[in-house]
Write a protein that binds this ligand. Sequence first.
Ligand code: MEV
Length: 433
Amino acid sequence: MNNAVAGFSKLSKKEKINWIANEYFSNPEEALNIIRNYWNSDEKLQQLHDEFIENTITNLYIPLGVAPNFLINGNYKTIPMAIEESSVVAAASKSAKYWATRGGFKATVINTEKIGQVHFTFKGDAQKLEAFFNQIKPKFFSDTQSITKNMQQRGGGILNIELRDKRDLLDNYFQLHATFETKDSMGANFINSCLEQFATTLKEEAQNTDLEVEVVMSILSNYVPNCIVRAEVSCPIEDLTEKHIPNPQEFAERFVQAVQIAEVEPFRAVTHNKGIMNGVDAVILATGNDFRAVEAGVHAYASRNGQYSSLSHAKIENGIFTFWLEIPLALGTVGGLTSLHPLVKLSLEILQKPSAKELMEIVAVAGLAQNFAALRSLTTTGIQEGHMKMHLNNIINQFEANDEERHQIKAHFKKNAVSHSAVVDFIENLRKK
Ligand code: MEV
């Protein structure tokens, strides 16, 4: 039975680590060593990471890789990806190379509207509330001027504020539903600050009337169905041909069927979209964006018609194969981690300092490329062949193979099918010899 701890956040880092090591480990010194091994030797850099969150004890590394050769709207990009899943970067690079010789990726930002809401209750005459709202609406804009000034200079700001009657869903429930343009920032702080001011204005103005308004909460929405980017690849069917695609017509038809299955079958759609998010999340993480916000918004969007469905689509028309994706992405290339985390800055430099719109395009392309790679494997060789090849490295590391063993294992499994047990048997036999 472990003990609760009082005032943990007030302990020094050393005290916190000692508490963890003594409380949860039979060999506290070993645990302390692991924790310390992952500290950065540059104390300043470590302090930066310590201060990102509360109670930091160490750093959890995730590999940062790059997928080169992405031809997007006519320009080559090398895409940084932070991810632990072994096959993702390899798959992205393979798709990039494949499509670079077939016209590349086309990406377009369709719109960039962000949303925030003040949720409140009102018991009374809704018409009176509406008249009151219309009367004080300019005040929402004037009271937030100190918050919106800089954003307006960058071409953004509050787009609109609406009063929404939600009493069909919940007794006495109303909203201020506001829309925003936040240019190159993700805008969470800006939006939440505006919303909290709207709530204050609403309460203060209501006090001068006989209207009884109770604010419940003010918060942005991570559902951004009007912040959409589209990515697409397309080529004549015969151009799809390559080593693993000897019959392009058959390949294209099976590929379209695989997408259609994800459009109609939620069990498949979830896995299909998970493959898309392998690419999306990896770039989101590498560029210091909020992957939880993106995940939540993307999956809500995938359910917008009442049933969870595929985010990507494919068709064959007049001998042309087209495969595309539309996803909501609220991203930033300024503010937040983008100027704080040295590796995030580095990733953004690799991407040649994109605007938020350009980053939306890059991320959508990474998602489409990942989806293409997965469907291509699934509809031809199956995915285990590629996955297990990548997994081989993980197994080799797990067994702490030396250089000579590593060489022999790799040579053997170049010619033989990889499975966990086959690799384990091979290593054990090697070591017996
Ligand atoms: C694995 O991380 C992702 C896939 O399952 C995606 C898919 O099935 O389309 C391969």
